[in-house]
Design a binder for this molecule. Structure first.
Ligand code: SAM
Length: 325
């Protein structure tokens, strides 16, 4: 079992399959960096390479893999990537994080390939606001895709980054929505990155303030599974859905870290805000999962106790599309 020098165990791998994104979210890639570059030029990990990576991690105790990006649905071979992860011995859950751009036409294929869990980023339920934040008039498509995922029985979560100037006024609309919708809606605290410093200063909202309000309104905390992500989730008897909070600025956030990240080019990142990744592409391409697992085990000793976000240090992370948030 993979364990670091602080006794943390790693059940969860976030695997980026491209760092290219077609959205221009104002807090992440406002200038669309990555838009217009070709996926071929990027040379992301192939299906065979993803298979090697996932076998290596599974041999070290990883149980859940999330495919992310950039925007993973831009990969034409995404069904095969999902199937490669699904078919790997030891992996119990395959998840994906997407902006939902073509979700209604793609979700059936992902389901057939073995997808267990879907996360869709929906930063506003108001179509005009959604367009202002993301640069795309696609809210309806994302919502239709979520409806279809629920029909297929896929566990579905919705991510919304809390933005003081852009969607905080829509907070009650989000809560009303989960009265009937059996999804988990997670509010993510905006994180400061190398690229969004000014935006962060005017838009960051503390998730713990929101959490206090939920508790006052009768929401109760759900016990966290060992392969769960960083969200603290709440349920309420009057609501079909749940609400989660991801608060990377809270002081104990890193103590329960159970996840590692790999970039689309095969760099292992021990933390989202690490100074650098370890380039494992040559070993991955060689296809020897056992050797790769041995190297990952050596590297894990270097994982630090926590990120330095509260001191304003963001490591090498210019934006979260580089590594899948
Ligand atoms: N393209 C996919 C999507 O839109 O969900 C996956 C990649 S995206 C980088 C993953 C998640 O990171 C999204 O939910 C996004 O809202 C979130 N994210 C991006 N930048 C962020 C930031 N600076 N602070 C907090 N969350 C951020």
């Amino acid at each position: 079992m993979l364990q670091d020098s602080y006794g943390r165990r790693f059940y969860y791998l976030r695997l980026s399959v491209t760092d290219i994104c077609n959205f221009r979210c104002n807090y992440c890639l406002p200038d669309g960096i990555g838009c217009g570059r070709s996926l071929e030029g990027e040379n992301p990990l192939s299906v065979a390479e993803v298979d090697t990576v996932v076998r290596a991690f599974a041999s070290l105790g990883t149980e859940k893999v999330r495919l992310t990006g950039g925007e993973p649905s831009l990969r034409r071979d995404l069904d095969s990537l999902i199937a490669a992860v699904h078919d790997c011995d030891g992996i119990r859950r395959v998840a994906i994080t997407t902006n939902g751009y073509r979700l209604p036409s793609q979700i059936d294929g992902w389901h057939a390939a073995g997808l267990d869990q879907l996360n869709v980023s929906v930063d506003s339920l108001d179509p005009a606001q959604f367009q202002r934040i993301t640069g795309h008039d696609r809210l309806e498509k994302a919502l239709a895709g979520i409806d279809r995922a629920l029909e297929l029985g896929i566990q579905t979560k919705v991510n919304a980054v809390l933005l003081r100037q852009h969607n905080l006024a829509g907070f009650d609309q989000f809560l009303d929505w989960v009265r009937q919708m059996p999804v988990t809606l997670r509010f993510i605290e905006l994180m400061r990155t190398g690229d969004n410093r000014e935006f962060f200063a005017s838009n960051h909202v503390s998730g713990t303030d929101i959490e206090s309000r939920l508790v006052q309104d009768g929401w109760q905390q759900v016990v966290r599974a060992r392969d769960a992500g960083p969200a603290r989730e709440y349920y309420h008897p009057d609501y079909a859905g749940r609400v989660g909070l991801i608060t990377p600025y809270s002081s104990d956030f890193c103590a329960s870290c159970n996840r590692l990240r790999m970039s689309a080019q095969g760099k292992l990142h021990l933390c989202l805000f690490a100074d650098a990744g370890f380039d494992l592409r040559r070993e991955i391409a060689a296809g020897d999962a056992e050797a790769l697992a041995g190297h990952i085990r050596e590297l894990i000793g270097g994982k630090s106790a926590g990120h330095e976000l509260r001191r304003g240090l963001t490591g090498a992370t210019r934006n979260l599309a580089m590594l899948g948030g």
